[in-house]
Design a binder for this molecule. Structure first.
Ligand SMILES: Nc1nc2c(c(=O)[nH]1)N[C@H]1C(S)=C(S)[C@@H](COP(=O)(O)OP(=O)(O)OC[C@H]3O[C@@H](n4cnc5c(=O)[nH]c(N)nc54)[C@H](O)[C@@H]3O)O[C@H]1N2
Ligand SMILES: Nc1nc2c(c(=O)[nH]1)N[C@H]1C(S)=C(S)[C@@H](COP(=O)(O)OP(=O)(O)OC[C@H]3O[C@@H](n4cnc5c(=O)[nH]c(N)nc54)[C@H](O)[C@@H]3O)O[C@H]1N2
Ligand code: SF4
Ligand SMILES: [Mo]
Length: 753
């Protein structure tokens, strides 16, 4: 038995763990009190991590598809040589637009991202598709306009807020905020603090709330504009804050003064007195924060919702303060900035061939990828740390598109539904068999980073992503396989210079050959990496990120207890990250230093976004969706026993083996259905069979199915509903193309037989 520290990889909280290991198994898992952010907190899902590490779908060898369709094992060398040859041929013949990358890190693994992002660069492709672009790109787009850059990303200081507004999120189950259940309990226990939940379901979070606005699904834009209008029409907004810190309020105010509050509240189907109480409570609170998630991002008006949600804390002056909403820093930049109006080097941003879609924060949306394959000339795809055949909209469309590809390569730890369509399946070492880290832990005013060391030897013939991509780039001939000068420096440079000599030499190498600068991660891995302690080679690119971070936030890094001068601070931060086994605090800001993170030219928040104001004004004339489908399905609920597609063995679940469909008992009665009956749930796209779970916490006419089911463990039948068989690619936000997963019109019938 050994005791080690690591982190949970099941959601973006990445709580620190203390684990007891028995050979190659987890024997005992509990929270790590030394983790600077989670401080010992965990939820029930982490205890089952052995189901991720050890199961029958784990890949142990590279696989190649034979002409008869079956997979055969193949050596790494043969696999990577053939992939490299085919990628080069596709690029040379059809250009970079024929290649797309999909995924690049799930809930726990982002250390591979600096490596994987070199592959699109080598292919001359801009096309990176990612799950974030089926949830958060509308939010990123709005941030770009408000704060100047799309990677000005927000946090919510729920812990210190007097008034907390949760809209379309269920933190009790989905977390998303630090130590969620403790934070919720603390608010409930304190009579001076208020919790409001906006959700069409009475969720576990809603049960703890002071006010639950159980709105009609998809009507948040109406409800939020009504809340904003009540504030402005009663002059409850924070004039001093708006004058000092924002521009464009007058334009916004004109639109909000025109909002027909009563009509909108009725459309949302909630009690006008409650709405009034919430608007006034929000405006009057000493500190208030708004926390949102998929419930407004994956439904009608999703980009507009992201705008309105931010206006709620902005017009009430709850930004840049304790207990409010703030921005945070990134050590590992998981998103970028790509404004569709920008021209870079004389060229507009690369739009996709078929949909003419632009990237947001550097990412293209899953909703369009099947079309881009079938009609837009994408011929080769690399999928990594992602299972699009199950998790992206319209599974049938994905299957059809994958069949048509000339080359599909999947890098995963498991034989997934997507991998079954691949020409090559490349086995990655699990997140507990290699050095790993996430770009999450995105906090303010203190921010953290946790580099995790391997707990187990790599299974079979698996490799970490750093090695997979570096070898592939070497085979493609875009980087040499040796850098003798850099290697010598990496070996001989005294520790005291904190790698500065090596970095200076690297900068000279890049100045001579600009092309090589795209591959800095792999070059550092092959040189510096070899000399890092405990085999932490894959962490090498963090040196550059730590240097950049320290150069940008020197005072805040020093406040976190890292010493160093202008030259050494970054290297010392890198060392602190390498040395810590439970994560480290990398920076400490003061609340009002959030203004240094705002990136507009004038340092103000730009409230008037013309596209959003137009959509806001047109709400009034938008007819409610109606049609032949009597129910609205919320396709993708977070529950106590789902965790994206990460656990494949269904035995990990203690309850809810079928991922039952929740439905109001009266709705069920009218259809002649009772508890545990089998029913079909059909949309215009497809149909799934489900079992019925009666739940009077749902609004009438609304049903809910969980996300994270439908995997075919050991190649058997799907375990629970494959909800993306019934979602549609075209059903998405017109601007960001984020899918309306939480608003799928469906019909429910008793299953035959
Ligand atoms: N247990 C568990 N936790 C997880 C995950 C998991 O798979 N399982 N996944 C992680 C990931 S990747 C993410 S992105 C987060 C997501 O976290 P959340 O977004 O908090 O989780 P969801 O349950 O998908 O959706 C939140 C709520 O939105 C509500 N909702 C649906 N439609 C509407 C609407 O029209 N308006 C409003 N206001 N609400 C609506 C739903 O009823 C639901 O309660 O969870 C993370 N945490
Ligand atoms: N209808 C509907 N669809 C949804 C949602 C919904 O609410 N409704 N939710 C959406 C959301 S918010 C998200 S975030 C996505 C999540 O869906 P995906 O982006 O597909 O991510 P995961 O389910 O986390 O799957 C991650 C994959 O990474 C693999 N993996 C784990 N560790 C490693 C590793 O170290 N290396 C490599 N290479 N692979 C690894 C796992 O085996 C798994 O196949 O699903 C989305 N899909
Ligand atoms: S699932 Fe999320 S909240 Fe639960 S232990 Fe893991 S990281 Fe923490
Ligand atoms: Mo997500």
């Amino acid at each position: 038995m050994r005791t080690e520290t690591t982190a949970c990889i099941l959601c973006s909280r990445n709580c620190g763990l203390e684990v007891e290991l028995d050979g190659e198994r987890f024997a005992r898992i509990r929270g790590d009190a030394k983790h600077p952010c989670s401080q010992g907190y965990v939820c029930q899902k982490a205890a089952r991590l052995d189901y991720y590490q050890n199961h029958d779908d784990r890949l142990t060898r590279p696989l190649r598809r034979r002409p008869d369709g079956e997979f055969e094992p193949v050596s790494w060398d043969a696999a990577l040589s053939d992939i490299a040859t085919r990628l080069n041929a596709i690029r040379d013949e059809h250009g970079g637009d024929a290649f797309a990358f999909a995924g690049g890190g799930g809930q726990g693994n982002h250390l591979g991202a600096p490596y994987s992002s070199q592959l699109p660069a080598a292919m001359g492709s801009r096309f990176v598709y990612n799950s974030l672009a089926q949830e958060k790109t509308g939010d990123f787009w709005v941030n770009g306009r408000l704060f100047g850059r799309q990677n000005c990303h927000g946090t919510e200081d729920v812990e210190h807020a007097d008034f907390v507004l949760f809209i379309g999120t269920n933190p009790f189950q989905a977390h998303g905020i630090p130590n969620a259940r403790d934070a919720l309990k603390a608010i409930r226990r304190d009579p001076t603090r208020t919790m409001v939940v906006v959700d069409p379901r009475r969720t576990d979070t809603a049960k703890m709330a002071d006010v639950h606005l159980q709105l009609r699904p998809g009507t948040d834009a109406y409800l939020m504009s009504a809340l904003l209008a009540i504030v402005v029409q009663n002059d409850l907004h924070d004039r001093a804050f708006l004058e000092r810190r924002c521009t464009g309020f007058e334009q916004l105010e004109r639109v909000l003064r025109d909002v027909p509050v009563a009509e909108y509240v009725e459309r949302a189907g909630v009690d006008p007195a409650d709405v009034e109480r919430v608007a006034r409570g929000l405006a009057a609170a000493e500190s208030a924060t708004v926390r949102i998630d998929l419930g407004i991002q994956q439904t009608l008006h999703s980009t507009l919702n992201s705008y309105l949600e931010k206006l709620l804390f902005l017009i009430t002056g709850n930004f840049g303060k304790r207990g409010g909403n703030n921005l945070h820093t990134f050590l590992l930049p998981i998103i970028g900035h790509t404004d569709e109006r920008d021209v870079i080097d004389g060229k507009p941003l690369r739009r996709t061939t078929h949909h003419g879609m632009f990237p947001i924060a550097g990412l293209y949306p899953p909703a369009i990828l099947p079309d881009e394959i079938l009609h837009g000339g994408v011929r080769a795809i690399f999928v990594e740390s992602c299972n699009p055949a199950v998790s992206w909209p319209d599974s049938d469309a994905y299957e059809q598109a994958f069949e048509k590809l000339e080359l599909l390569v999947v890098v995963d730890v498991a034989l997934t539904e997507t991998a079954r369509f691949a020409d090559y399946v490349l086995p990655a070492s699990s997140q507990f068999e290699k050095w790993e880290a996430t770009g999450f832990n995105l906090e303010f005013p203190d921010n953290y980073f946790h580099l995790r060391h391997p707990l187990f030897p790599a299974k079979g013939d698996t490799l970490p992503e750093a090695e997979i991509y570096t070898r592939l780039l070497e085979k493609m001939g875009v980087i040499p396989d040796r850098f003798p000068g850099l290697e010598r420096l990496a070996r001989l440079e005294p520790a005291a210079t904190r790698h500065l000599v090596l970095l200076a030499k690297l900068a000279r190498t890049f100045a001579k050959d600009r092309e090589l600068s795209k591959y800095g991660a792999s070059i550092l891995y092959r040189t510096l990496g070899k000399h890092l302690p405990d085999g932490a080679a894959a962490a090498a690119p963090l040196l550059v990120l730590a240097m950049r971070y320290a150069a940008r936030y020197p005072q805040q890094v020093r406040r976190a207890g890292i010493d160093g001068n202008r030259l050494t601070l970054g290297g010392n931060l890198f060392r602190a990250i390498l040395d810590s086994r439970s994560g480290v605090t990398i920076s400490k800001h003061e609340y009002d230093e959030v203004w240094d993170l705002v990136q507009t030219a004038d340092g103000r928040i730009h409230l008037a976004i013309s596209e959003m104001l137009e959509e806001l004004q047109s709400l009034r004339h938008t007819a409610p969706p109606n049609g032949e489908y009597p129910f609205v399905l919320l396709a993708g609920e977070r529950r106590s026993y789902n965790a994206n597609q990460i656990y494949r063995n269904p035995e990990w679940r203690k309850i809810d083996p079928n991922g039952a469909m929740r439905m109001h008992p009266e709705d069920a009665r009218e259809l002649g259905l009772t508890q545990d009956d089998r029913a079909t749930c059909s949309s215009a796209t497809g149909s799934v069979e489900v079992s019925v779970d009666l739940d009077d916490g749902l609004r009438r006419g609304v049903v809910s199915l969980p996300h994270g089911y439908g995997m075919r463990y050991r190649g058997g039948p799907p375990q629970g509903p494959q909800i993306n068989r019934i979602t549609a690619s075209a059903s998405c936000d017109p601007l960001a193309k984020t899918p309306y997963h939480k608003h799928v019109p469906v019909r429910i019938e008793r299953a035959r037989g």
